[in-house]
Structure formats: C-alpha cells, structure tokens
Design a protein around this ligand. Structure first.
Ligand code: PEP
Ligand code: MN
Length: 359
C-alpha cells in the first residue's frame, strides 16, 4: 500500500507517517512528485492490511491510503505514475528522446574501442557500450580484458563525451565497475542473482537490468524491485530476447513486453536486437520495431571488423550498417514520439500476469 500525503503536509507530518510505518516493522519509501509526497509501505503486511490502512489514514497530513495490486511495488506505475527519467552526463533516458547505446560486444583493444566510439558518436549514439567482464557460455571463450577494458572505456568517454555502460557480473566487482563506468549492466544470466541485484542497488550509478532469457515480465520487474528497494531508483529495463523453440534466431525478441511495461512500470525500456536475433541483418529491422512499439531506445553491438570479433561476431554491425540503421531509426522515433505520449495519458487495464506462484 502507499500513503498519499496532502499537498499541504508538513515535513513533521511526513516524518510521523514514516515513523509509524517503521514502528510496524515495515519500511517506508517516499517519493516526492511535482505536487505531493507519497510513501510506499514495504514488507510483509499480511493480515494487518485493513487495520494498518485505517491507522495510517488517520494520521495528520494524510490524504488517503491506496493498495498496490501488483507484487512489484516501488517499480509499479500505480505507486509512481510519472515516468522515471535518468540523466547521466549529457544523456537523458526515459524523457521521450531516443537513446542509442552502441559499441562492441567486448572491448578487445584500445584502438578497436576508440575507432568504434568515434564512429558511433559521430552517427548519433548517446551511450557507448563495451564488455569488460564477459559472461561466456564456454569457459574456453574470450572472457574480456577486465580492468584494462574499464580504463579504456573511461578514456573513450573522455574522448567522445558519451557515458559508458558495461556489465558487472559479481557483487565484488560492483565497486570497481562503478568507479569507471557511468551505467552498470546486469546481464540476462544474472537477472535473478539476488546478491548482485542488492549490491548494484547500493551504488549511485544507474543500472540497466536485462531480462532473463527465460524470465516472465513479472519476474523481471521483481528483479528490478530488488535494486530499487536496495536504494537505487535509477533502473533501466532491457528486453534482449527470450528463449523459445525457434532456432533461426538466437532468441525471440518479445516486443509485446515494451508497451506492456509502459503500463506496468515507470522505468525506461530499451530493446537489444543484437542479442535477441544473433544476426547482423536482423538488427536494424528489430531496432526499428522496438522504437515503433514505444521503447526509449536501443542497444546494438558495433565493431570495426565484425567478422574478426572475439565475441558475438555474427551479430555486430559494421560502422556503415550502424549509420544506415540510425538513418532509419530517427524518423521512426519522431513519428511515434507524440503518439506514445498520448497513449501514456490513457492507461489501460492490463490484467494479471499469472502471479509469482506460477513458476
Ligand atoms: C551484453 O550485452 O554484452 C550481453 C552479454 O548481453 P546479454 O546479457 O543480454 O546476453
Ligand atoms: Mn554480445
């Protein structure tokens, strides 16, 4: 449930409500919008629901108490109707502008990274990506250059002005990755690594949480809830394809998740057509599809010579292909932008995701 404070509520009244919530052994999370403060009540409320709601509703400065119907609370639009907007260096994610995260799958050398960074920046990318610690299916595959790659990414940021995003695979890497990177990425294989989610929840850098390749939308939002409830409100969701029976593509890009998430959550949504398809020629059409259905942007892999890449060679774009994709993407984004804002002003009844007990 969440407590809606009156517009006129004083600081002392807000503190009084938070104190009452703490007194119940529950945790208050406040969120101050343009006009008023709302305070979510988080924890096992169980049988106390009606009694607690009446008690909090009677406190000074309280306007109303509203239940949150979804299992995810802080990430739900019910609690937080305005979209989350994340600002990092000159990039703004979630404000209706087009975010384009681009760069190599793995940082392979300083020259490879700088050449790619210069090319994607010139073509309109807003965030530079590059893997330093790589989650590889085979232990014999290239595992990434680690801290050396983090240093190169930081230098590439200084060179281009673009914020950098890179994956963090373990809780004990969070501090070092946060020292060099502007946005931390949690990969598909780690979506339910709860200790990692809590660790990235304790830093100030924004986090991009990729969808687990066999996770439902609800499980994904519960994973985001771990990060937000640990103290980090700046979470970006990335749909990167789920595993289905189809084998022509590496994964199946679930584009329906994008408009669905718009209704369920206030967090920005990015689509990754590179890992979704695994095929270079499918990247641009699905990037366009992602933006057309309302994503805040895309993440794509770009390499100076994709065929020689040390990871994900088949799906990385050449510089020319990236430029062509951008030329197609920008007009599509302009067309859907106003339409998307109008759709958000008119929420729909989404229905039930099946519940957490299903899996
Ligand atoms: C990546 O973006 O580098 C990556 C490994 O992606 P995913 O976690 O989606 O496989
Ligand atoms: Mn990759």
């Amino acid at each position: 449930m969440f407590v809606v404070m009156a517009r006129t509520a004083s600081e002392a009244e807000i503190l009084g409500v938070k104190g009452a919530i703490l007194g119940e052994g529950l945790t208050p999370y406040d969120h101050t919008g343009a006009e008023r403060t709302v305070i979510a009540v988080i924890g096992e409320i169980g049988q106390r629901k009606n009694e607690l709601s009446a008690r909090l509703g009677g406190l000074p400065g309280v306007e109303s108490v509203t239940p949150i119907s979804r299992p995810f609370k802080l990430t739900s639009r019910e609690f937080h109707p305005e979209s989350t907007v994340i600002r990092v260096l000159d990039a703004t994610i979630g404000d209706g502008s087009l975010t384009v995260m681009a760069g190599p799958c793995s940082v392979e050398s300083r020259d490879q990274l700088f050449a790619t960074a210069d090319a994607v920046a010139a073509a309109g990318a807003t965030v530079l990506r590059g893997g330093a610690f790589k989650p590889r299916t085979s232990p014999y595959s290239f595992q990434g250059l680690g801290v050396e790659a983090l240093r190169d990414l930081a230098d590439a940021r200084d060179r281009t002005g673009l914020p950098v995003i890179t994956e963090v695979m373990e809780p004990n890497q969070v501090d070092i990755v946060a020292e060099y990177a502007d946005i931390l990425q949690v990969g598909t294989r780690n979506m339910q690594n709860f200790s990692l989610l809590m660790a990235v929840g304790r830093v100030t850098r924004p986090v991009m949480l990729k969808r687990g390749f066999s996770a439902t939308v609800e499980e994904w939002l519960m994973a985001a809830e771990y990060i937000v409830s640990s103290g980090n409100p700046n979470v970006i969701l990335c749909e990167r394809g789920i595993r289905t029976f189809e084998t022509y593509t590496r994964n199946t890009l679930d584009l329906s998740a994008v408009p669905l998430l718009r209704q369920l959550t206030h967090l920005p949504v990015i689509v990754d057509p590179s890992h979704a398809t695994g095929k270079r020629w499918l990247v641009a059409p699905l990037a366009i599809g992602g933006v057309a259905v309302g994503a805040d942007g895309v993440m794509v892999e770009v390499h100076p010579d994709p065929d020689s890449a040390l990871s994900d060679a088949e799906q990385q774009l050449t510089f020319d292909q990236f430029r062509e994709m951008m030329a197609q993407l920008v007009p599509v984004h302009e067309q859907v932008r106003d339409h998307r804002a109008a759709a958000m002003a008119d929420p729909v009844a989404v229905g039930d995701g099946g519940g957490l007990g299903r899996h």
